[in-house]
Design a protein around this ligand. Structure first.
Ligand code: AMP
Ligand code: GLY
Length: 424
């Protein structure tokens, strides 16, 4: 398992419970992965060292967690050496690592997405924005760790963003910027597994991106999630398969791209149905933390079948139970992510509840966390409301035993559906 976040902790937790899996190693891993297998002190982007160690340990399946590993070509290098890798090569991974590539791909293959113009300079942005009406989403082309998207209310605000970016450097270090129409609707993250030829829908989740209750405050990597989503049309997964996933699979084949791994479709459910906001070439964080507790069957066999190019969609499935996950973050997250030292390392909870560590390391009985998103506390329940009650009970239980960790902050409305559920 390549990576070190709570997403990777949740994946390794589920892989370790798969009947086809003998052992799980993580590189570089975190306090959670260390509790169930060895952590290798190798960075997620260090393809050379990962290859050497994976060969030495005769690893059967490598799962790429973060987009940085994919964009660094770790998949290409390991696959070229004959290893089974779940995660796309760098080229197909451009569906995430280049927003311009993804936009052109969607336009070429008739995949619904927001209209956008690509600009290469401040002067061309000025020309495009002269007759722009309404809000404008300004997006940096490359990977920018969540800092490459600004929603501007009008053309003047958008131009100010573009001007600042061209003056100070575009987030992610690229040179192109997209100016995109703002979509209205509700967001949902839909996941599907591709084996290079075919695909199988996995499940989906709703993520809470803003720092504060009621979707206020700055954008974050995600403060919580629940799965499955509520308030979408009953047949929404079939609609997404038909309108998005099938044209994606055909488009990849037409373009000669072999995509092996999970495709994360960040969708806006608009009045005319699902529209793609973005693709990611990896699992979501915190979506994965609320999807893994719902898995039944042999998840390792599912990922291995995709890596082999012979997808076995029935190897694993998802229960109808709901799962809610609450992220506990450093007090100043996302403005600052100072380390949180000396948190109680005991995060074991009762049946149906699991806490996953973000970037962190064990030191005897305690854990030192990098800061930012420290833990995702999850609980299953018959309904989202029941799972939410259990998840917050678990948060209170952990806060009482956490010592330094009790200074962590979290949203209190994760999974509180209330008025946000529109019946479609
Ligand atoms: P991205 O990095 O593309 O996922 O964008 C981050 C967030 O910005 C998304 O999760 C949305 O909440 C928002 N966003 C991005 N593009 C759009 C759009 N065209 N319309 C409305 N919201 C958007
Ligand atoms: N949940 C947002 C992401 O993983 O990109």
């Amino acid at each position: 398992m390549v990576g070190k976040g709570a997403r990777e902790d949740a994946l390794s937790w589920r892989l370790a419970q798969s009947s086809s899996c003998a052992a799980v190693f993580a590189a570089p891993g975190n306090a959670g992965t260390a509790s169930r297998g060895e952590n290798w002190p190798i960075a997620a982007t260090d393809g050379k060292s990962l290859l050497a160690r994976a060969q030495a340990e005769k690893i059967d399946l490598v799962v790429l967690g973060p987009e940085t590993a994919i964009a660094a070509g770790v998949g290409d290098r390991l696959r070229a050496a004959g290893l089974a890798v779940f995660g796309p090569d760098r080229s197909a991974g451009r569906l995430e690592s280049s927003k311009v590539f993804a936009k052109r791909f969607m336009e070429r293959h008739g995949i619904p997405t927001a209209r956008a113009r690509v600009v290469h300079s401040l002067a061309s942005a000025e020309r495009v924005l002269v007759d722009w009406n309404g809000a404008c989403v300004v997006k940096a082309d490359g990977l920018a760790a969540g800092k490459g998207v600004v929603i501007a209310d009008n053309a003047a605000e958008a131009l100010a963003v573009v001007r600042a970016w061209y003056a100070a450097g575009i987030p992610g270090g690229g040179s192109d910027v997209l100016l995109e129409q703002k979509l209205e609707g509700r967001e949902v993250s839909v996941f599907a597994i591709f084996d290079g030829r075919t695909f199988a829908p996995l499940t989906s989740a709703c993520d809470y991106k803003r720092a504060g209750d009621g979707d206020t405050g700055p954008n974050t990597g995600g403060m919580g999630a629940y799965s499955p989503p509520a308030g979408f049309p009953a047949d929404y997964e079939a609609i997404v398969a038909r309108e998005i996933l099938e044209p994606v699979a055909r488009g990849l084949a037409t373009d000669g791209e072999r995509y092996v791994g999970v495709l994360y479709c960040g969708l806006m459910w608009t009045a005319r149905g699902p529209v793609v906001i973005e693709f990611n070439a990896r699992f979501g964080d915190p979506e994965t933390q609320v999807m893994m507790p719902r898995v039944q069957g042999d998840f390792a066999a599912l990922l291995a079948s995709a890596a082999r190019g012979a997808l076995e969609p029935d190897a694993a499935s998802f229960t109808h139970e709901a799962c809610v996950g609450v992220v506990l973050a450093g007090a100043d997250y996302p403005r600052a992510s100072a380390p949180v030292l000396g948190i109680s390392g005991d995060v074991a909870l009762g049946a149906g509840k699991t806490a996953f560590w973000g970037g962190s390391a064990r030191r005897d009985d305690v854990v030192d966390a990098d800061g930012g998103r420290v833990l995702t506390v999850t609980a299953l329940g018959a309904t989202v409301a029941a799972a939410r009650g259990e998840a917050y009970a678990a948060v209170r239980e952990l806060a009482a035993r956490m010592g330094a960790g009790s200074a962590l902050s979290y949203r209190s409305d994760i999974g509180a559906l209330g008025d946000s559920v529109v019946s479609a």
